[in-house]
Design a protein around this ligand. Structure first.
Ligand SMILES: [Zn+2]
Length: 188
């Protein structure tokens, strides 16, 4: 009876038919087939007739002070969303999204500096989790963009002594870079 219990599953994998099992945590019913919502281990509760998926990694909500690394999903002038892939260097598949509020640059030069752009890989620190909103800061030397592509030609950009200049087209990127920007492989 427990032969396929504890099986590793991927998102979308068929776990059972809905005539036999109900979808539990991290499982859903798709036209009569119970499928996994995320990567993890299948758990069949024969008593409750329920099949669920235990996530492959802990889905702990990031705490204040945690360092998270992810990719910018949306970038607006005042706030950007970071899809979080690592919490304190450990991968997470929980799908957390943090908010980076971008501050006005002082100095009165008018235009707001571009700090992060869509697609950038960014290391940030959790500064607040009030109302389950993950507020992030990149305002430390080790925080900020750690990898990016040229916004002109799409090539990866390497560090050129603090300024990020594209070797292909010469385009210069302006960001809030982490102090280890451009280093390979990236350190989440
Ligand atoms: Zn370029």
């Amino acid at each position: 009876m427990k032969s396929d219990n504890q099986k590793k599953v991927l998102p979308g994998d068929a776990l059972a038919v809905s005539e036999e099992f109900l979808p539990g945590r991290n499982a859903y019913d798709a036209n009569g087939t119970i499928r996994a919502l995320l990567m993890g281990t299948m758990i069949k509760d024969l008593g409750q007739r329920e099949v669920s998926v235990k996530p492959a990694v802990a889905a702990r909500m990031p705490d204040v002070g945690d360092i998270v690394t992810g990719q910018i999903e949306t970038a607006q002038s005042s706030v950007s969303n970071l899809k979080i892939y690592y919490v304190n260097g450990t991968p997470t598949a929980a799908g957390f999204v943090g908010l980076i509020f971008l501050r006005e640059e002082r100095g009165g030069r008018g235009a707001r500096r571009t700090q992060v752009r869509l697609g950038d890989i960014v290391r940030a620190k959790v500064v607040s989790t009030v109302n389950a909103m993950i507020h992030l800061s990149i305002n430390e030397p080790r925080l900020g963009v750690i990898a990016t592509l040229c916004s002109n030609c799409g090539r990866p950009i390497s560090d050129q002594g603090g300024r990020a200049r594209c070797n292909e087209c010469g385009n210069q990127e302006d960001r809030k870079f982490a102090d280890d920007f451009g280093r390979e492989p990236i350190q989440p």
